[in-house]
Design a protein around this ligand. Structure first.
Ligand SMILES: *[C@@H]1O[C@H](CO)[C@@H](O)[C@H](O)[C@H]1NC(C)=O
Length: 576
């Protein structure tokens, strides 16, 4: 009986010991006969370019140096150890988190250790006063890492652990800002919104000199393509495989397949297809502009912009939440964009030849700090890395909607009803089953809607356009009595006398009016320009906070989806 208990205790001891030794391996110098001595501060472990926390995926240089300038050592080991966390498969046990990779910088001075994981040792037992190796920090979510050094002056005098030879560092939790905020699954905003999204490139020889393509006329951005969509819909997201369409965008800056894929999902998670022209030679810094709409179902925005040339890199933001937790539409946000890797091509630099990745990998960050000399990000400190573009998302206006309006159902109402109603008398104040209510939320206020509008005589007969709407107020900050900023205006394509928005497919769907590809390409329906006005510094702030309402007064004479000739369509809708 007694011996039985002893056996059990012995057994437990081995389990515990076994676990401990699995992450603390034997670091003694080869041939050492004595235990380690207390570190006396003459040797020090140092992490270069490190503040107080590590940046995930960043490549760091780790050094052992002699602090007195004279001491030398023959052997060493540098190891990375991850924090322990409960084993997801067996909560009573713990497992080590991934501590990143430790790598030799120079094979003549260091090599991977045969004895310990995530460790390197001396390649030769020569005398040295300093040594450098690489540590590539783990991806985000791996908590803290302990870097440990063992330093041996000789077989009998060696040191490990303790302050100058050990450091524990934790993840820098600041995120690149193109990582999406938390989704709001309970979006309760009844009003719909219209946003402007603009992409501005910042990729040049100045900002990204390393490996920048030799020929200046080659680099360009693809068209920006995206969607406003519901939480169920995914255009692309890290950790999943991309579609053929996104592969074409990332590898060849060709967006046609992606657009087709998106249009197939209109009404099935997609509200608006976002499309804006990409720029190239000498115009890399020109903004690409587009407009999209959101509502309480479709409150996320995803865009992608291909970087050309590149193996399969693209910029963008995915599933970006516009419906804020207090149930208001996000007013404005600027995002710095860093490349994503579509997982379809294994090249390391912009102009690498095509190397199909097989099997296809998942979307991830392009390795932003690399030990591959051919990479544009070779040994780059992430804190010095310039973004490759900037995205500006801005609320243009909102449209009042009743909370109980069943938009989906109404949308399906056949559009044939529309025309008979056109002929009904002016006395009917409200048309309860109005089929196109969903599409004309741009309710006129005041007299704007009363005046009939003509096609712009400047536009061709084949592609009639409405006249340009009024300019928006000049927006910007008032500085010393002068307002420098931007204003914008829009117009619509007219199809059978109906104003149609180019890239809001939900409009075409019930109205069954589609602008031909030819006309879409022929005329822009949106323009933005710089403006300058005099202003007074204090009223400026007030104006800016109320700008949504102010604009509503000025703009919106045309209601897309309705006949622009019809007065009565405009007048009864006096919900305001
Ligand atoms: C883009 O890809 C489509 C096929 O998906 C092809 O038909 C088209 O010619 C390509 N466009 C360009 C400019 O290469």
């Amino acid at each position: 009986m007694n011996s039985n208990i002893n056996l059990v205790i012995l057994h437990i001891f081995f389990i515990v010991y076994g676990e401990v030794s699995s992450f603390r391996c034997d670091r003694r110098p080869y041939g050492a006969t004595s235990p380690s001595a207390r570190p006396d501060g003459r040797f020090k472990l140092k992490l270069m370019g490190f503040d107080y926390s590590y940046i995930p995926d960043q490549l760091y240089t780790v050094q052992i140096t002699a602090t007195d300038g004279t001491s030398q050592f023959t052997g060493f080991m540098i190891s990375a150890e991850g924090d322990m966390k409960p084993d997801p498969r067996n909560p009573r046990r713990t497992v080590s988190q991934f501590p990143g990779h430790i790598r030799p910088q120079d094979p003549t001075t260091a090599r991977f250790s045969d004895r310990c994981l995530y460790s390197v040792e001396q390649a030769a037992a020569t005398y040295k006063s300093a040594i450098e190796v690489y540590w590539q920090a783990p991806p985000t979510g791996n908590g803290c890492v302990t870097l440990r050094a063992m330093v041996a002056e000789n077989e009998d005098l060696w040191y490990e652990d303790g302050s100058p030879l050990t450091m524990k560092i934790c993840e820098d939790l600041r995120q690149p800002d193109d990582v999406s905020p938390r989704l709001n699954y309970e979006c309760q905003i009844c009003d719909e919104a219209k946003y402007e999204i603009s992409f501005t490139g910042i990729w040049s020889r100045n900002t990204h000199p390393q490996s920048y393509p030799e020929n200046d006329w080659i680099p360009r951005y693809s068209d920006m393509v995206g969607v406003s969509h519901s939480a169920d819909y995914v255009l692309w997201t890290p950790g999943t495989l991309v579609t053929e369409g996104l592969k074409d965008l990332a590898e060849y800056a060709n967006t046609s397949k992606l657009e087709t894929e998106i249009l197939e999902k209109v009404g099935d998670g997609v509200r608006t297809l976002i499309k804006a022209k990409g720029h190239g030679y000498r115009k890399m810094g020109n903004p690409s502009l587009a407009i999209f709409r959101t509502d309480k179902v479709h409150h996320l925005v995803t865009v992608a912009i291909g970087l050309y040339p590149s193996p399969d890199w693209f910029l963008g933001v995915t599933r970006f939440e516009l419906c804020q937790e207090d149930n208001t539409w996000l007013a404005e946000r600027e995002l710095n964009l860093f490349p994503w890797d579509a997982g379809t091509d294994s090249g390391v630099s912009y102009e690498s030849p095509n190397i199909e990745t097989f099997p296809q990998g998942a979307v991830s960050r392009v390795q932003m700090s690399s030990y591959d000399k051919n990479s544009p990000f070779y040994e780059i400190d992430m804190k010095d890395l310039h973004p490759f573009g900037r995205l500006h998302i801005k609320l243009m206006r909102t449209y009042h909607r009743e909370c109980n309006e069943a938009s989906e159902g109404e949308e399906e109402t056949p559009s044939t009803e529309e025309n008979p109603k056109e002929d009904q008398s002016d006395t009917s104040p409200v048309e309860p089953e109005e089929p196109s209510r969903y599409q004309n939320p741009e309710l006129p206020t005041g007299d704007g809607g009363e005046s009939p509008l003509d096609a712009d005589p400047e536009s061709s007969e084949k592609c009639p356009m409405s006249q340009w709407q009024e300019w928006s107020p000049c927006e910007g900050t008032c500085d010393g009595g002068k307002l420098l900023g931007y204003k914008w205006r829009e117009r619509y394509h007219l199809v059978d006398g109906v104003a149609v928005e180019k890239y809001d497919p939900s409009n075409w769907r019930s109205a069954k009016k589609e602008v031909s590809k030819y006309c879409k390409a022929l005329y822009d329906d949106f323009e933005r320009t710089e403006c300058e006005e005099s202003c007074t510094d204090d009223s400026d702030t007030i104006e800016n906070t109320n700008d949504i309402t102010a604009r509503r007064r000025v703009m919106t004479q045309i209601i897309p989806g309705t006949s622009w000739r019809s007065k009565k369509r405009d007048s009864p809708l006096t919900k305001y």
